[in-house]
Design a protein around this ligand. Structure first.
Ligand SMILES: C[S@@+](CC[C@H](N)C(=O)[O-])C[C@H]1O[C@@H](n2cnc3c(N)ncnc32)[C@H](O)[C@@H]1O
Length: 250
């Protein structure tokens, strides 16, 4: 899978920044805790538990960010016309900005990116990511369920965000996304493959299909950056394949 040259510079910058204050063993320990928060303590996610603590934030930035980048980059290059140039990308729950940067940098001319995240650390981190990719981007600290969004036409991305919402917020988000799709906006939702992470997936997939969209599953073999492969091994994880699933209304 080809990736933009800026990807390697971004990884090097992430490594330098996050390994300045924490050691590799500290980050790999935090990665174990973060991974178990995603699996065993999912009920705490809506309270923002995943990004509580410098170690987990560094682990998210250095490990999950690059994996999400590689997956989303693959997806937008595979979905028909997802990577044709467009003006505005809204990254809902942008985290470190990885997924939005992946979509933007897959386009011949990168769109302007508006990141939205409720966590102050994400706002700073995503701003830095957009700078590292030379993307015209800005980030706002806000709740995706109520934030004012840029006007249509726009492409909306929600990568690994919807599963962190409460049931009520998720319903609000589904209605918001479908309304934007009905007005001609493009919508891409990406989530992990594991069924227990998104028990709501089938209903969302059926709803997207009735609105003319599609659902896909992805298994991507990609060469992982060295730091990601090293963390993968140290934390006892196995990402020889990067997996995920998506909903697309294009
Ligand atoms: C697992 S991370 C994914 C980040 C990024 N989209 C990616 O693919 O790497 C989920 C992000 O959603 C954010 N988030 C969760 N609920 C949110 C809400 N209601 N409003 C705004 N951001 C939210 C979290 O702060 C976190 O940064």
């Amino acid at each position: 899978m080809s990736r933009p040259a800026t990807f390697d510079h971004w990884i090097a910058a992430l490594e330098a920044r996050h390994l300045r204050d924490l050691t590799f063993p500290e980050i790999s320990r935090a990665l174990r805790a973060l991974s178990s928060a995603y699996v065993e303590r999912r009920h705490k996610l809506a309270e923002g538990a995943a990004l509580s603590g410098a170690g987990k934030r560094a682990a998210f930035a250095l490990f999950y960010g690059p994996l999400h980048f590689l997956l989303v980059h693959h997806i937008v290059n595979a979905l028909p016309d997802a990577n044709v140039s467009f003006e505005t990308l809204v990254d809902l729950g942008c985290g470190t900005g990885a997924a939005g940067a992946a979509w933007a940098s897959a386009c011949a001319r990168a769109p302007r990116v508006f990141g939205i995240d409720r966590h102050p650390w994400s706002v700073a981190e995503a701003s830095q990511t957009y700078r590292d990719f030379a993307i015209d981007g800005r980030v706002r600290q806000d709740d995706v369920t109520s934030a004012k969004l840029p006007k249509s036409p726009a492409s909306l991305l929600a990568a690994f965000t919807i599963n962190e919402l409460s049931d009520e917020s998720r319903e609000t988000m589904l209605a918001r996304l479908l309304e934007r799709a009905a007005h001609g906006d493009r919508v891409l939702v990406v989530e992990p493959l594991a069924g227990f992470v998104a028990p709501w997936w089938k209903r969302w997939a059926d709803t997207f299909a009735s609105a003319g969209g599609r659902a896909d599953e992805w298994r991507v073999r990609a060469k992982l950056p060295d730091i990601v492969a090293k963390l993968d091994r140290a934390a006892g994880l196995n990402h020889r394949e990067i997996t995920g699933r998506s909903l697309w209304s294009g």
